[in-house]
Design a protein around this ligand. Structure first.
Ligand code: IVH
Length: 667
C-alpha cells in the first residue's frame, strides 16, 4: 500500500526535524538519545522517500550529507573580507609584547579579550542565505579559495539550516577538523590495507576536504567548529558573536573565555596547557582576540594579519627516557608494526610507556636501538612518538634493531610486498592474524555479530573452540554456556546473533571477508556489479577493472583472494554453515548497456511504473539515477505534473523524454 503524497511530505518533514534534533544532541551537546543505528535508520527512511519523490528534497535536507556525484574540479570563490592569518607567539613574554604594542597604538584604552582554543584543522568560510547553507570554501590563498560546498555538507556537525532569525546573508568562518578518534580509526584502516599513514589529523582533513567525490568525504567523519562572523553581524564584541553563533545552531567550542585583562588571558593559557590533551581535536595553542569590534577597526591589520589578534602556541612537550625493548605487533593483514617499550616517563600530562615507530622504515631511519635514550613527544597526536635518539647517551654495544625474519607470534617467515612499506607475516593461520580477522568479521559494518568483544574472541581461541571465523557457526550452545563469564543467556544471544548474520547483505559479507584493499565502499560496488559471491569469485582481472573505481591493484588482490585454496575452503565452510546473502539484482556488462554511463533524473508521476521500478529499470540499463538536475544530467524522464526539475532541464537544454521512453527500453 502506498501512502498519500501529503502523508509522505509530512513524514519527510518530520524525519528532517528528528534528524536535525539528534544531530544537534550528538554533535553539539555530545548527549545522544538514540543509538547510531537508529539514527542511520531515520536517515535511510528519508533517503528512501526522497529517492522516490525527488520533488520532496529540500536544499537543507540531511540526506545531502551522504554526498553527491564526483566533481571534475572546484570552482573558485573570492573571499570578501579576505581570510587573514595570525601572528604567532611562543611564550607569555610574546603575549605581553603583543599587548604592549596594542597599548602603544592606543594608549587611552584597556581592551578586554576573548581567548579561544586554536583548532588545528583547515579553515573554511561559510555563506548562508536566508538561513540555509549556500556555499562553503577553503581558505586557499586567503583571497580566493575552492568551492567545497558538497564536501562540507557531509559534515554532520555543520547546520544546513540555522535556528532563529539569522540575517539574509551571513558569512561565518571556522575550522574543519578530523576528531582524534576518527583519525585513529582511519589510520588503522589504512594500515590494514598497507596504505601510507597520515601523519596527523590536519593532513588527513586537508586531503579529505579537497576530494572530488563527496561520498568519500562523508566516510571520513570530519567535524567543524566556528569562531567568527565575517559579514552580517553588528551586534557586539567577540563574546556576543560566539554566543550568537551558538544560538543559530553553529558548533562553537565551549572552551572560550572572556578575559577582562591580560592576567585573565594568561590564566586561560595555563588552564588549557594540560587539559587540551583531553579534547577530541588537536590544538596547538590559544587565539587571543580583542573583544570590541570597533576597537579592532582602530587597531587595524597588516596585509597578512590583524593587529587585534594573535595565536599563542604551546611548545610540544618532550621527555627523555630509555628504550627497554622493541616489540613487533601483528595486525589483521599480518602487517608488522614496531613499538618501543619505554621506561615510564611523564610527558604532556600522562605517563608514556610505549611509543609507536609507525613502520620498519621509520625505525631504521631513526636508528632506535634497545638501551638508547630517546626523546619522545606527545604533540597533537594521541599516540606518543619517538622523535630522535640522543646519540651521546647510546650505551656501548647497543645493536641496531633488526626486523625479525620470522613472525613474533607464530614463527612463519615475514615478507615485504612490492611497492609497500609494510612487512607482513605470511602465515594466514597466525594467531595474531586470526584474532584480528575474527574481530573484523564480527564488526558492525561487517557481519554485525553482537556479543563478541575482544576478550571473548581471545577466550574462544584459547579454549580451542574456534580457529577461524568460519568456526563461529559451529559453536555449541551448551559448551559456550559453561565457559567462564558466560552462562545460558550469553550463549543464546550469541547464537541468535550468529543466526541472524547468515543473511547479511552481500556487501557486508564481502567486507567481512577481509580481502585486502576491499573496504566498505568497494564491497558495495562489487556487490552491486556482480550480484553474488560466485560471480565475483569467477570474475577475471579484466572484468574486475571494468567496474567503476576498481583499479589493477584492487583487482589483483581480489583475484589472489579467490585463487587461494585456503580462502576457498573458508568460503565453502561459510556456505555449508548456511551463510548466504540475498541475491542482488545485477546489470550485465555495463559497457554494452543502452544507458551505460548516462545520468538520468526521474521527475513527476509515472503511470505504469512505481518510482522504485523505474529507478531499478534505469539502473539495470546502466544508468545512474540522480536526484537533481545539473549540467551533467544526460536525460530527464518526466511523468505527469513534473515541476521544477523539468523547468531546470529546459533551462539547461537537457534532453527530456516521457514515460513511453521507459516502456520502450523495458525488456
Ligand atoms: S581567528 C583574522 N580563531 O588559525 C584571523 N582562527 O593562524 C581569523 N584557527 O586561519 C582567525 N582556531 O584557520 C581564529 N579560534 C580560532 C581559531 C583560528 C583555529 C586557525 C584559522 C586561521 C589560523 C590562523
Amino acid at each position: 500500500m502506498s501512502e498519500s503524497p501529503a502523508a509522505l511530505r509530512r513524514r519527510a518533514a518530520e524525519l528532517r526535524r528528528l534528524i536535525r534534533h539528534h544531530e544537534e544532541l550528538y554533535y553539539r551537546r555530545a548527549a545522544p538519545e538514540i543509538s547510531d543505528r537508529d539514527f542511520d535508520r531515520l536517515v535511510e527512511e528519508l533517503q528512501r522517500i526522497e529517492a522516490e519523490h525527488p520533488e520532496l528534497v529540500t536544499p537543507d535536507s540531511p540526506t545531502l550529507r551522504v554526498g553527491g556525484e564526483p566533481l571534475a574540479g572546484f570552482a573558485q570563490v573570492a573571499h570578501e573580507p579576505p581570510m587573514l592569518s595570525l601572528d604567532n607567539g611562543y611564550s607569555l613574554d610574546d603575549v605581553r609584547d603583543w599587548a604592549g604594542r596594542l597599548e602603544r597604538l592606543l594608549p587611552e584604552v584597556r581592551p578586554a579579550f576573548v581567548a579561544e582554543l586554536k583548532i588545528d584543522g583547515v579553515s573554511i568560510s561559510l555563506r548562508y542565505e536566508d538561513g540555509v547553507l549556500a556555499q562553503g570554501a577553503t581558505r586557499g590563498n586567503g583571497r580566493v579559495g575552492d568551492d567545497v560546498t558538497a564536501n562540507l555538507r557531509t559534515i554532520r556537525a555543520l547546520p544546513l539550516r540555522l535556528l532563529g532569525k539569522p540575517p539574509a546573508r551571513l558569512l561565518v568562518r571556522g575550522e574543519v577538523y578530523l576528531p582524534r578518534s576518527a583519525f585513529a580509526r582511519l589510520n588503522r584502516e589504512r594500515e590494514e590495507a598497507g596504505e601510507a599513514l597520515f601523519v596527523n589529523p590536519r593532513n588527513a582533513t586537508a586531503g579529505a576536504i579537497r576530494m572530488l567525490d563527496s561520498r568519500a568525504v562523508a566516510a571520513r567523519r570530519l567535524s567543524v567548529l566556528t569562531y567568527a562572523i565575517a559579514d552580517g553581524w553588528n551586534g557586539g564584541g567577540q563574546k556576543a558573536m560566539l554566543e550568537q553563533l551558538a544560538a543559530w545552531g553553529f558548533p562553537v567550542h565551549e572552551g572560550w573565555r572572556y578575559c577582562p585583562d591580560l592576567p585573565a588571558v594568561e590564566a586561560c593559557i595555563a588552564e588549557w596547557r594540560d587539559s587540551r590533551r583531553d579534547l577530541d581535536f588537536d590544538t596547538d595553542g590559544v587565539v587571543i582576540k580583542v573583544d570590541d569590534l570597533a576597537l579592532r577597526e582602530r587597531y587595524g591589520a597588516t596585509a597578512r594579519s590583524p593587529r587585534w589578534a594573535m595565536a599563542f602556541k604551546y611548545a610540544p612537550e618532550q621527555g627523555e627516557t630509555i628504550v627497554r625493548d622493541i616489540l613487533v605487533q601483528v595486525g589483521r593483514s599480518g602487517v608488522l608494526t614496531p613499538v618501543a617499550v619505554l621506561e615510564p616517563v611523564f610527558v604532556g600530562g600522562t605517563t608514556v610507556q610505549r611509543a609507536t615507530l609507525h613502520n620498519y622504515e621509520d625505525l631504521a631511519r631513526k636508528d632506535v636501538r634497545v638501551g638508547d635514550t630517546v626523546r619522545v613527544e606527545r604533540g597533537g597526536d594521541v599516540i606518543p612518538k619517538v622523535v630522535e635518539v640522543v646519540l651521546e647517551r647510546r650505551p656501548p654495544g647497543a645493536a641496531p634493531f633488526e626486523l625479525p625474519a620470522t613472525c613474533p607470534r607464530c614463527g612463519a617467515p615475514v615478507e615485504r610486498l612490492v611497492g609497500q612499506v609494510a612487512w607482513r607475516c605470511v602465515n594466514p593461520a597466525c594467531p595474531a592474524v586470526v584474532a584480528e580477522s575474527i574481530r573484523h568479521f564480527v564488526g558492525r559494518n561487517a557481519m554485525d555479530i553482537e556479543g563478541l568483544g575482544d576478550e571473548r574472541i581471545e577466550q574462544l581461541l584459547a579454549e580451542g573452540l574456534i580457529r577461524d571465523y568460519t568456526d563461529l557457526y559451529q559453536l555449541d550452545r551448551d559448551r559456550l554456556a559453561t565457559l567462564k563469564g558466560w552462562g545460558g543467556k550469553s550463549a543464546d544471544n550469541l547464537l541468535a546473533s550468529l543466526a541472524g548474520s547468515r543473511h547479511r547483505d552481500l556487501h557486508q559479507l564481502l567486507f567481512a571477508l577481509g580481502i585486502r584493499h576491499v573496504g566498505e565502499r568497494t564491497a558495495r560496488l562489487l556487490a552491486r556489479h556482480f550480484g553474488s559471491l560466485e560471480a565475483l569469485a569467477a570474475a577475471s582481472e579484466e572484468e574486475l577493472t571494468a567496474v567503476e573505481e576498481i583499479g589493477p591493484i584492487v583487482a589483483a588482490s581480489i583475484r589472489t583472494f579467490f585463487a587461494d585454496p585456503r580462502q576457498q575452503a573458508r568460503l565453502a565452510a561459510l556456505a555449508a554453515a548456511g551463510v548466504r546473502p540475498p541475491a542482488v539484482p545485477v546489470a550485465p556488462r555495463p559497457e554494452r548497456l543502452p544507458l551505460a554511463g548516462k545520468t538520468v533524473v526521474l521527475t513527476g508521476r509515472l503511470a505504469h511504473f512505481s518510482r522504485e521500478e523505474a529507478r531499478d529499470l534505469l539502473e539495470r540499463l546502466g544508468a545512474r539515477v540522480a536526484a537533481s538536475v545539473s549540467k551533467r544530467t544526460d536525460l530527464v524522464i518526466a511523468g505527469e505534473d513534473a515541476g521544477s526539475k523539468l523547468d531546470r532541464a529546459r533551462e539547461l537544454g537537457i534532453p527530456i523524454a516521457g514515460e513511453d521512453e521507459l516502456t520502450r527500453l523495458s525488456p
